[in-house]
Design a protein around this ligand. Sequence first.
Ligand code: PLP
Length: 422
Amino acid sequence: MSTVAVDALDAIQAVDPEIADLIHKEEQRQADSIRLIASENYTSKAVMQATGSVLTNKYSEGYPGKRYYEGQEFIDQIEQLAIDRAKALFKMDHANVQPLSGSPANQAVYMALLEPGDKVMGMHLAHGGHLTHGWKVNFSGKLFDSVQYTVSEKDHLLDYEAIREMAIKEKPKMIWAGISGYPRYVDFEKFGAIAKEVGAYLIADVAHISGLVITGNHPDPSPYVDVITTTTHKTLRGPRGGMFLCKEEHAAALDKAVFPCLQGGPHNHTTAAIAVALKEAASPDYSVYCGQIIKNAKALAAALQEEGFDIVTGGTDNHLMLVDVTSKGLGGREAASALNKAGVVCNSNAIPFDPRKPWDPSGLRIGTPAVTSRGMKEEEMKTIAKWISEVLANIQDEGTQTRVKREVKELCDQFPAPGIAS
Ligand SMILES: Cc1ncc(COP(=O)(O)O)c(C=O)c1O
């Protein structure tokens, strides 16, 4: 039986054995399970070392070359490297790597380009958008006049003519294009034409798909948008963090929105880890990895269909799929919970026009970034589909869950998790 490396926890063990024990258990859980949460991944050891470095000790309010405290000679170089690498990969004029995560990056965009009460248009949460794209209980829906577009009732795809008509009628000042739970390409060129026609800012939130975008595995928003925002911890495989990239004309306003408007000192340890992740993302291996994420997602969706599952839109173009478990007589929450007990971890998710409540929706969201980081390929996706099918067909049967959990561990041992396995 393989166990994960624990030597790095020695210091925590000495000070706080309770926390050391819980970190170790979480490490083992990540090593021993099939992680299919579409927004999660395994970072490299290099990214984790930067995250756990002395850079956490330093205050650096401001930006490279213009800081409010002394002692920035190395921090400036680190942040500048992260900025330069981000600009090169995303093909935009300007980058800011300081937002503390994806939602704060999006908050900065609203803060810089709009006034409270302005009209914004974003994708409905239950149709694949994100909370920060105008959802009513989020700051974006509370402080701004939000209208939400949906996918088409006919085929559950984005209907660009309907989005255009809504934009012409509503005249938003800002349009958000980006997904958390939509399994198909986003046509940024069409969004660009719509935004231009109505005079709106266009923001691409590529949090989920940033790795696919920068490796040419998803249409590129850069020619059409005012701003690109992203998290750094999903397909990009960096530390938990956020960043945005924009046209030069928005650079000053957006930088000021981060500091001094929304944040104080940047998290320099995270900035360094983002720089490392971006260096890794520029490598040919990473391009191959992103291509394989999609191959795996397509293979998993096809194998699940063969097992009789309904896949929303009939498949996927990206790293995720939505599985409607209604025809199996199940709800998403009970299905996700049973799978978790068997070591297959995903999340319940609303499907478009879901008749069930958001807390207990009809679907599962399943993504392949993490299993692909372990080196799994199409063959392993078939095995995973079979496990999902077996567990859900015998949802009350603890024996099936225990057996699948054992088989999951055996497969995981053959595909060591980056950043974890000794
Ligand atoms: C499209 C999109 N934007 C923004 C975010 C927010 O990121 P965070 O959770 O880091 O605030 C997410 C997170 O899942 C996302 O999917």
